[in-house]
Design a protein around this ligand. Structure first.
Ligand code: GBH
Length: 501
């Protein structure tokens, strides 16, 4: 062996050794995600039906920062080949995207399937598979057909049938090639944020009442869609179906708020988890009791949280193949002061139902988005809590990422965010024995960030929104993530030596 060879071997051994220590388990998968309304554009192309976000941005443009809208967005409807290319350049194991319900079913109902809608998703799926990337489909990421909204949307019990019919169409068309399905993205946003705040689509404010109707019917809709797959498609295709929650780690402000904090976890995560993942099913008992008592005191003849029949409890229970959640941030919890007004939006500021107020720790770095402070250890604690509370399940992390502002390719802060969160996830796996098997970076490309429009950016790739072709350019974080995937490790050895993208 020449001296040169010996040195090369020595370097290789050291590198292998270093990254071996921090490797994710073999079989652990890395992906990235987007959602239809945030990237597709083509809002009125072909026979696509109008959805609730189309309606909001057109009827009340001032609801959105800079009067932005998703009419064109990243134009992924026309540029899907670019998305597939960059997903492949990154080496993604899977790509999570959502189907626009009204693009596939222009009437919202299965009386007519759009040819163009059907082909669009067929092309995307086949394009991904050709590159060896698994498609992971979200059926509902907030863009409800407006026609169904006009009939009450998620507060109408018939949504259970409407959603199940739509799910069956999607499975029938795509389940031969798509092995991973997410029924609904972040029910706490679909129900609680929507009806408690009134500031996103559909803009209906009916706090403490409509949100709970939505919660009940959404859970039944999820369960029905899960059961359809389980019975009609799983025997043949053997894929996995689940729902994904938006979880914020809740920590007591001080010791005296332990119980309040635990209640709040059982409220925010529990309303959407207890019915599905526990052996008894149904509402989390302590929360059911609190809402019933509050309702009684307020003069209602029955709880604002609608009861389940035993049949419904059994129908929802066990409808999962994994526990899915999205994670961004954390909060500190304390009792609300007398007379303190709490925002009706419970997740990020306070929860009137429990008289809980939320704060942030001074050591958590504020990001450029109003609701978002950084606390990486929160994700490890969240994983530990899920395991302790609901048992040892397979867990998919289906979104995680950092918000920045302005065009900027050199996003060192995003790299740090990803690195620090991946480290905590790795610790949860290796030290706490939590069975996490997937990680998803939100998001592949800068896109329409809901009421913040294009002012807030989450992309691994920057998108030039002035360019008619919406050119995508990799940020430093894209290069970092590519290296994470290649080495199967968060501790990428030589940061300055990424492959060119
Ligand atoms: C996820 O939601 C979504 O699934 C995804 O579509 C989105 O792009 C991503 O996060 C990044 O935000 O300041 O009062 O308007 C996360 C939950 C709920 C966080 C709404 C931001 C804004 C509250 N989001 N919240 S407010």
């Amino acid at each position: 062996m020449s001296t040169f060879e010996a040195v090369v071997l020595w370097v290789l051994l050291i590198c292998a050794d270093l990254s071996d220590g921090v490797k994710f388990p073999p079989g652990f998968l890395f992906g990235s995600a987007t959602a239809s309304y945030q990237v597709e554009g083509a809002w009125n192309v072909s026979d696509k039906g109008e959805n609730t976000w189309d309606r909001l941005v057109h009827s009340n443009p001032d609801a959105i920062k800079n009067r932005d809208n998703g009419d064109v967005a990243c134009d992924s409807y026309h540029n899907w080949r670019d998305d597939v290319k960059i997903a492949s350049d990154l080496g993604l194991h899977f790509y999570r995207f959502s189907i626009s319900w009204a693009r596939l079913l222009p009437t919202g109902l299965p009386d007519r399937i759009s040819e163009d809608g059907k082909n669009y998703y067929n092309n995307l799926i086949d394009g991904l598979l050709e590159k060896g990337i698994q498609p992971l489909i979200t059926l509902y990421h907030w863009d409800l057909p407006q026609r169904l909204q006009d009939l009450g949307g998620w507060t109408n019990p018939l949504i259970v049938e409407w959603f199940a019919d739509y799910a069956r169409v999607a499975y029938t068309l795509y389940a031969d090639r798509v092995k991973g399905w997410i029924t609904i993205n972040e029910p706490v946003i679909v129900c609680d944020f929507v009806y408690n705040s009134g500031i996103i689509a559909p803009p209906i404010k009916d706090p403490g009442f409509a949100n709970y109707l939505c919660t009940k019917f959404l859970l039944l809709a999820h369960a029905k869609a899960w059961r359809i797959y389980d019975k009609e498609f799983k025997p043949k295709y053997n894929g996995k179906v689940g729902i994904t929650n938006h979880l914020i780690w809740m920590e007591p402000f001080s010791n005296e708020y332990e119980e309040l904090t635990e209640n709040l976890r059982h409220y925010l995560a529990g309303l959407y988890s207890h019915p599905i993942y526990t052996k008894d099913g149904g509402w989390p008992p302590e929360i059911e009791k609190i809402i019933a008592e509050n309702s009684k005191r307020q003069g209602y003849p029955r709880s604002r949280l609608p009861a389940f029949t035993q049949e419904e409890i059994d129908f929802i229970k066990g409808t999962y193949d994994f526990y899915g959640f999205n994670f961004y941030t954390s909060r500190l919890v304390r009792k609300a002061r007398d007379g303190e007004t709490l925002s009706n939006w419970p997740l990020e500021n306070g929860c009137p139902e429990l008289s809980a107020a939320m704060e942030v720790h001074p050591s958590w770095k504020k990001t450029e988005s109003d609701w978002f402070w950084i606390n990486p250890v929160g994700i490890r604690k969240m994983l530990g809590w899920l395991k302790k509370t609901y048992g040892d399940m397979e867990i998919f992390i289906l979104e995680n990422g950092l918000a920045t502002k302005d065009y900027n390719l050199n996003d060192e802060d995003r790299i740090k965010y990803y690195r620090d969160h991946l480290e905590q996830i790795w610790l949860a796996i290796t030290e706490d024995g939590v069975n996490v098997t997937r990680y998803t970076a939100w998001t592949l490309v800068d896109n329409f960030e809901w009421i913040f429009g294009y002012s807030v950016k989450f992309g691994l790739y920057e998108v030039d929104f002035e360019d008619p072709k919406r050119k995508r350019t990799p940020r430093a974080s894209a290069k970092y993530y590519k290296e994470v995937i290649r080495t199967h490790s968060f501790d990428v050895a030589n940061k300055n030596n990424y492959d060119e993208l």
